[in-house]
Design a protein around this ligand. Structure first.
Ligand SMILES: Nc1nc2c(ncn2[C@@H]2O[C@H](COP(=O)(O)OP(=O)(O)O)[C@@H](O)[C@H]2O)c(=O)[nH]1
Ligand SMILES: [Mg+2]
Length: 674
């Protein structure tokens, strides 16, 4: 195994992840000039969609060497809408650095990140960024973060302050004080008196937390013996690797404050790649997993892979395709290498059939069972738009391009809805879809138009009627004649369509009865309100026929006529689909979530603490499908962006009054236009 650290950089949007990566790359000499997010020349945000928004929209990867160790970084977008990117990439990381700002009120935004890392046993450390100027005290910030973290957070550095300026820190492990030097390594200074009391308190807390996992250390602390630095580091490394603690560091990415220290701790604390592979039982030779797919504008396709078993060489065949280049990544740049060892993260070029998440096997086919490989759970679909190509000729091109985008990011999912004749593109939010539209345009030259998707309304009837229908036509030679008497009646909700034949005495010959049924059914595809009709029984009880002119078509048309004359008299009523919705959010927002539900014609069914999610609730409700199309955006604004939901169809429910009138009117307009 190579001397490698694989680390993902995660955290809420705008916390400074991409800036931190840039500074770490610069401090380690991987880049000679530091770019920035603002100027649009950072290594991390090289995708045009990211540059346009000054915000990461996808994962990017970069490799650096620090103190003789290779560090593979994966910079993850922080926006909750792009989280599938981060989740897939994290599956190949051996640890994560969670970057967060010193803002107490937003600590709940860390909840989903901590939960994901914890439930996937990915060790993490927290880097409190933007500590250049802040009045926030660690002793207030930490408890707020701990409220949403199940892993004990362990302060390993305390800031040295000059008013609101943070000028340096004390490292609690070595009890050494440092003064920040912008753009350079910090200077060792004497510990200022002002910080001594705080330092002692924090160090005791740190040691006591570590002693929970080390009896020797516990004894030493009880006997007032001072443990050695090696012992403390050793304990910390073990507890970190086993996800028993999450160390907290501080700094300012933009000024490179605390950045070299962070690099050192990455090398020192983060386990090598062996342990992770062993945990999943992945040893032996020749397998990798795709963490991210890039369809680059110029260079074709690149699959970022974690090599679980190696080495894998350039030119070797994986899953039946030849690897057309092995590369180390540095944002948009790649350096060609001739092979990758187990434990490494590199990109393989030109694997046309490889998708994000796939397992690649040297010399063979994709394995039938790859359940040993770590996999992120798919995300629920949260937001969809109906789309079509702005130019008719581009439809086929669009379908291919959508497939590509889905391969890159499985949380972008096209779904053809044949019932409603619409193509719905599903994703995690409006921005997520807008970025997908940008990609369609930028990379595939396809412009799309989008609209709110149609809702599958239905209609039913409230009362029965009896109706006569006759179809008669005399044109030249043979004519057409069919005559039916039918009873139309409502059925209980959920019954569907029922047809009965009660004709006696051969008034309608047997062979024409199926045509009567077919005629009734065909009519029901679009009832008096313009929607498919459900829960209706049609009984044919009498009729007339003609020896020469009667045929199947004539009876079918007669039945259809009877239906279209009779149905409007049956009290047609609109039915809307009601979904069972489970809304997940921090419990501080539960009351507002409930208001949101009732404000959108929902019916609350209850709420409870969400299992396995510290400080979160789960609200269950029935909500009309039409009301949840843009639910996620309002839910996010109530929950600092972290709330989400899952919905499944539950039942159809009558809708009347103004809401129904509007829907029927709109449908009329649509049918007239068609
Ligand atoms: N004051 C201050 N601002 C920072 C620091 N690090 C990053 N920023 C700013 O925070 C913003 C978001 O940074 P970015 O790296 O894009 O965050 P990301 O979304 O987490 O990748 C940018 O405007 C940065 O200039 C820092 O250490 N101090
Ligand atoms: Mg970023």
């Amino acid at each position: 195994m190579p001397n490698v650290r694989n680390v993902a950089i995660v955290g809420p949007s705008l916390s400074g992840k991409t800036t931190l990566l840039e500074s770490m790359l610069f401090a380690s000499g991987a880049i000679g000039r530091k770019g920035s997010v603002k100027e649009g020349n950072s290594v991390g945000d090289s995708a045009p969609e990211a540059r346009e928004r000054n915000m990461s929209t996808e994962v990017s990867a970069a490799t650096a060497e620090f103190q003789g160790t290779t560090i593979n970084f994966i910079d993850c977008p922080g926006s909750i809408e792009f989280q599938a990117e981060a989740r897939n990439a994290l599956m190949g990381a051996d640890a994560a650095v969670v970057v967060y700002e010193p803002v107490v009120e937003r600590a709940s935004t860390l909840g989903p990140i901590f939960h994901f890392l914890e439930s996937n046993q990915i060790p993490y450390m927290v880097f409190i960024n933007k500590m250049d100027r802040t009045a926030t005290l660690m002793r207030e910030l930490l408890p707020a973060m701990q409220d949403v973290a199940s892993t004990p957070l362990l302060i390993t550095q305390v800031p040295i302050r000059d008013g609101e300026d943070v000028t340096g820190y004390v490292d609690l492990i070595t009890e050494t004080a440092y003064h920040y030097n912008q753009g350079e390594a910090s200077d060792v200074v004497e510990m200022p008196d002002s910080v001594k009391e705080r330092e002692e308190e924090a160090r005791t807390m740190m040691l006591e937390a570590l002693a929970d996992f080390d009896d020797d250390l516990m004894m030493k602390l009880l006997e007032d013996e001072i443990p050695s630095i090696e012992e403390v580091v050793g304990d910390l490394r073990v507890a970190f690797t086993e996800s028993k603690i999450a160390p907290v560091l501080i700094g300012a990415a933009e000024l490179e404050n605390g950045v070299r220290r962070l690099l050192q701790e990455i090398v020192e604390w983060i386990p090598g790649p062996e342990g992770h592979a062993a945990r999943h039982g992945l040893d032996g030779a020749g397998a990798a997993q795709v963490l991210k797919t890039f369809n680059t504008q110029h260079g074709g396709k690149l699959s970022l892979v974690r090599v679980w078993r190696g080495p894998i060489k350039d030119g070797e065949t994986v899953n039946g395709e030849r690897i057309g280049g092995v590369y180390r990544m540095l944002g948009a740049h790649q350096d060609k290498v001739d092979h990758a060892d187990a434990g490494d993260i590199v990109a393989f070029a030109r694997l046309e059939n490889a998708h994000t998440g796939d397992t690649l096997v040297v010399g063979g086919d994709a394995p039938a069972d790859d359940s040993a490989y770590p996999r992120a759970e798919p995300l629920p679909r949260l937001y969809g738009l109906a789309i079509h190509a702005a130019k008719r000729d581009d439809e086929v091109k669009m379908a291919t391009a959508l497939q590509r985008i889905h391969e890159e990011d499985p949380s972008i999912e096209p779904e053809q809805d044949s019932d409603l004749h619409q193509l719905v593109l599903w994703g995690q939010g409006d921005m997520h879809l807008q970025v997908a539209f940008n990609k369609l345009q930028n990379r595939y030259g396809v412009e799309v138009a989008s609209s709110r998707p149609r809702v599958p309304y239905r209609e039913a009837i409230r009362k029965p009627t009896t109706q006569h229908g006759r179809f008669k036509r005399q044109t030249g030679g043979s004519g057409m004649f069919g005559d039916v008497q039918i009873n139309i009646a409502p059925l209980p909700r959920g019954t569907g369509f029922e047809f009965k034949n009660a004709v006696t005495g051969g008034n309608i010959p047997k062979q024409y009865i199926p045509a009567v049924e077919a005629g009734a059914k065909e009519y029901l595809e679009q009832g008096p309100l313009g929607f498919p009709v459900v829960d209706v029984s049609v009984e044919v009880f009498d009729g007339k026929y003609h020896d020469v002119d009667s045929n199947e078509m004539a009876f079918k048309l007669a039945a259809k006529l009877a239906m279209s004359d009779g149905m409007p008299n049956c009290g047609p009523v609109l039915l809307e689909p009601i979904m069972e919705v489970k809304i997940y959010a921090p419990n501080s927002a539960t009351a507002r979530v409930q208001q949101l539900v009732t404000g959108r014609r929902g019916q609350l069914l209850g709420y409870e603490a969400r299992e396995g999610w510290k400080g979160w609730d789960e609200v269950t409700a029935h909500m009309p499908q039409g009301e949840i199309q843009d639910l996620v955006s309002e839910l996010r604004s109530l929950t600092q962006g972290v709330g989400y939901f899952g919905a499944t169809f539950d039942h159809l429910q009558e809708l009347s009054g103004r809401d129904a009138d509007l829907i029927v009117e709109e449908r009329k307009g649509e049918l007239e236009a068609a």
